[in-house]
Design a protein around this ligand. Structure first.
Ligand SMILES: C[S@@+](CC[C@H](N)C(=O)[O-])C[C@H]1O[C@@H](n2cnc3c(N)ncnc32)[C@H](O)[C@@H]1O
Length: 436
């Protein structure tokens, strides 16, 4: 049992080493995360572990800090920061760096790699415009263990269902036993480095684009200010910073200012910060909002909750003309979203390159229906708004009761992220996630 004075000691130690703030309500959380470390080290109890920490056992302190990190992440998290990258920041930088042809991108709390790999997938769509460029994506994190996972690029079925459009699963991942591994090509595009944001950032060099998402929330205000100040020093006048949905610079740092009309992106608060054209993205956002309202309320061919009983059992899918795939039913979010059509049993898509079409039998599980008519901003397979395919591998949404299947001939992914065929976006917490 942890004593209150031990909690104070450990929380101060963790904060001084990592910036992570442990409030009193994390008492039991700390205890539960220290126990496995004590066991692993053959220590009798938490008292012995605290003794070793007081003796400043460096490796042990690292283990304890690592155990208290929250590594929650998923592909294309929150969608918007990635749409903004694709439609605003990257096109801007392609022009701004046309003579240098060098772009450095930093994911400052990269966790298990979903964020840098999401960016790498987008960059690959710009391959022809970026031919001959040197693009660096550097993912850093304080946790060695999580970076090892990021480097391996191995994700569970659950993890690839979080935010990753099925088209991109098919395009960039291979099945590796019961996991999915991101392609070696994409893995080679990201360099990972263990790095603590409290340390001197100068050795990392300058970055044009910084994603520092969902880590400042764990710091107190002076630490946030300090980290933002030091990040700003690593950026050129025309750089861009992305923060998490619950994070801001307002009232915390005057080194950055929000980019007008787009939440979550910040520019340097310097005279050299350029005007940036966001109209292309605004048009897409407006079109998507229009499509959403057209689709809502189960428009023709659409789907209305509640889900019919016939759709509640397990499903098996096949890949006609390709390899066979299995569909794993997954929990349906309680709140249906009309903006992101979902499929809840996911066909493990196999890797057919011969026009394989995954189709799930009508009336079986896990299929939400589609969003009804309306043109998706991401694809032109508009009937049902449910498809978007990469060449040769189309996900065909089945005809669900009362709904029509989307056409299997959606547009290729070349231009944008398909809103169609994405997996759900509201999720139960990962059971093993170290979320407090
Ligand atoms: C919630 S994850 C965010 C992952 C990703 N950026 C995202 O938004 O999905 C927070 C990450 O910050 C890392 N972290 C916490 N304190 C840190 C520090 N002082 N320096 C670097 N990384 C830190 C944790 O190890 C964890 O992987």
């Amino acid at each position: 049992m942890l004593k209150p004075e031990d909690f104070d000691f450990v929380s101060k130690l963790i904060k001084s080493r990592s910036g992570l703030v442990l409030t009193q309500d994390k008492f039991y959380l700390l205890e539960s995360r220290l126990m496995p470390i004590a066991r692993k080290r053959g220590l009798k109890d938490l008292g012995e572990l605290i003794g070793a920490l007081r003796g400043m056992d460096r490796a042990l302190i690292e283990d304890v800090v690592e155990a208290m990190t929250t590594n929650e992440s998923f592909f294309f998290r929150d969608t918007k920061p990635f749409d903004q990258f694709r439609h605003v920041v990257l096109p801007h930088m392609i022009k701004a760096r046309a003579s240098k042809r060098h772009l450095r991108i930093w994911c400052a709390a990269a966790s298990s790699g979903q964020e840098p790999y999401s960016l790498a997938m987008i960059l690959q769509d710009f391959a022809s415009q970026l031919a001959g460029w040197r693009i660096e994506i550097i993912g850093t994190d304080i946790s060695r263990e999580i970076l090892n996972k990021a480097r391996a690029g191995l994700y569970s079925q659950f993890e690839v269902q979080r935010g990753l459009p099925i088209t991109l699963l098919v395009k960039h991942f291979q099945k590796a036993e019961d996991m999915w591994q991101i392609s070696s090509d994409l893995r080679s595009k990201v360099q990972y480095r263990e790095y603590n944001l409290l340390e001197d950032l100068k050795p990392l060099g300058q970055f044009d684009i910084v994603y520092c998402r969902n880590v400042l929330i764990y710091f107190d205000q002076p630490t946030k200010t300090d980290v933002l100040t030091r990040i700003s020093a690593q950026m050129p006048d025309d750089g861009f910073l992305f923060l998490g949905g619950a994070e801001t610079v307002l009232g915390i740092s005057d080194k950055f200012k929000p980019l007008a009309r787009q939440r979550g992106i910040y520019q340097l608060n310097r005279p050299g910060a350029p005007e940036v054209d966001v109209t292309a993205l605004e048009k897409l956002q407006a079109a998507a909002a229009g499509a959403t309202s057209a689709a809502s309320g189960a428009a023709a061919g659409g789907f209305a909750f509640p889900k019919p009983k016939a759709m509640q059992a397990g499903a098996t899918g096949t890949l006609a003309g390709g390899t066979s795939g299995s569909a794993t039913p997954t929990a349906r979010p309680t709140t249906p979203s009309t903006t992101s059509p979902r499929s809840y049993g996911t066909g493990s898509a196999g890797t057919s390159t011969t026009g394989g079409t995954y189709s799930r039998p009508a009336g079986t599980t896990g299929t939400t229906g589609t969003t009804g008519t309306g043109t998706s901003r991401y694809g032109t397979g508009a009937s049902g708004g449910s498809t978007g395919t990469t060449a040769g591998s189309g996900y065909q949404r089945p005809a669900s009761p009362g709904g029509t299947a989307g056409s299997g001939s959606g547009s290729s992914f070349s231009s944008t992220r398909p809103s169609s065929s994405t997996f759900g976006r509201t999720y139960p917490r990962k059971p093993d996630d170290k979320k407090d």
